[in-house]
Ligand binder design. Sequence first.
Ligand SMILES: NC(=O)c1ccc[n+]([C@@H]2O[C@H](COP(=O)([O-])OP(=O)(O)OC[C@H]3O[C@@H](n4cnc5c(N)ncnc54)[C@H](OP(=O)(O)O)[C@@H]3O)[C@@H](O)[C@H]2O)c1
Length: 346
Amino acid sequence: MEIKDVPDPTAGSGEVVVKLHAAALNHRDLWIKQGKYAGLKFPLIPGSDGAGVIQARGADVDGFTLGDEVIINPSFDWGATESAQGDGFSILGLPRDGTLAESIAVPAAQLAPKPQHLSWSEAAALPLAGLTAYRALFARAQLKANERVLISGVGGGVASFALQYAVAHGARVWVTSSSDEKIARARELGAEGGFNYRQSDWTKSAAAAPGGFDVVVDSAGGDGFGDLIDLCNPGARVVFFGATRGDPSGLPMRKVFWKQLSLFGTTMGSPMDWTAMMRSQVSMEPPLVAARYPPSPRPAARGLALMGAAASSGRSCKNDLNRRARGRRPTLPKHSPAHFFHPTWA
Ligand SMILES: NC(=O)c1ccc[n+]([C@@H]2O[C@H](COP(=O)([O-])OP(=O)(O)OC[C@H]3O[C@@H](n4cnc5c(N)ncnc54)[C@H](OP(=O)(O)O)[C@@H]3O)[C@@H](O)[C@H]2O)c1
């Protein structure tokens, strides 16, 4: 990874150029750097998440003006159906050049106004992970208030959003993590408890204390997936969007059918999911940001190393030019679960 001078982006028809104030890292950036992502092409400007100010407009751009503060939806060309993305779907930062740059040209349709109560780094941390967690919980698993939820690997970016959303929705949440500190932080954020998955008997504790779960959110996969199936209540929904630990060596089919479980795969989110998630932000606490780095290659590499070591609690934000915004945050209205009524439930 290196920093290079490249020609300034220009805005085509329907596009704007956004001067980026902050960009955030996702596990996807790590997979790409490690050469483990489908459709790799180099050279590439990676980065799916960013927030900044509109500095140029192409023809036929409605609704945004120069100087507007915006965040970028990295889910491009979703397609016509809510149930799954179409063939033209892509994610910003591969194949299209991404946000680890000073500025970027994107279709204006991919923009949303930056929520006022978020700093630049908090705004940049939101799009990819926030959208993925939102669709997983509300469009796919259709989480209801008071249901018992287990979120695995809560130190992950998407998992930390899932925790915040599920708690705000009135669900009862438990988490797993490799770190007791992250479990303690999750409890501060509203989880009722947690289990360290590095301890061999964690599933026994989970089965004994809270009992079964109605919804399980996972992105680790691997052979631990079978433990999650064991912890499901009859009729539970398991939603997953990643396989950080690879595929499980086997799927316990008998347990799945006997307990009448539903397995939901999910990826990113549709424009409808994006709009619903952005609306919900008015009553949400800000995204968790684990670390902030200035925009140069060495700190960016450190950020990726931090993710690789699973050492982060929350997202790693690469560039924060507005830390003082924290002191100016307005008081948020108390959350109402109605903010999480997903349009597809109507
Ligand atoms: N399909 C999609 O649209 C989509 C979108 C976003 C992410 N993803 C995928 O989802 C995964 C997570 O992404 P991310 O950006 O949230 O990653 P991340 O911020 O790097 O977090 C990864 C987390 O995985 C957890 N983990 C590692 N091994 C685990 C295990 N054996 N059991 C339970 N948890 C374990 C760790 O949690 P602790 O630190 O708490 O131990 C770690 O912090 C990646 O595989 C990514 O590619 C897919």
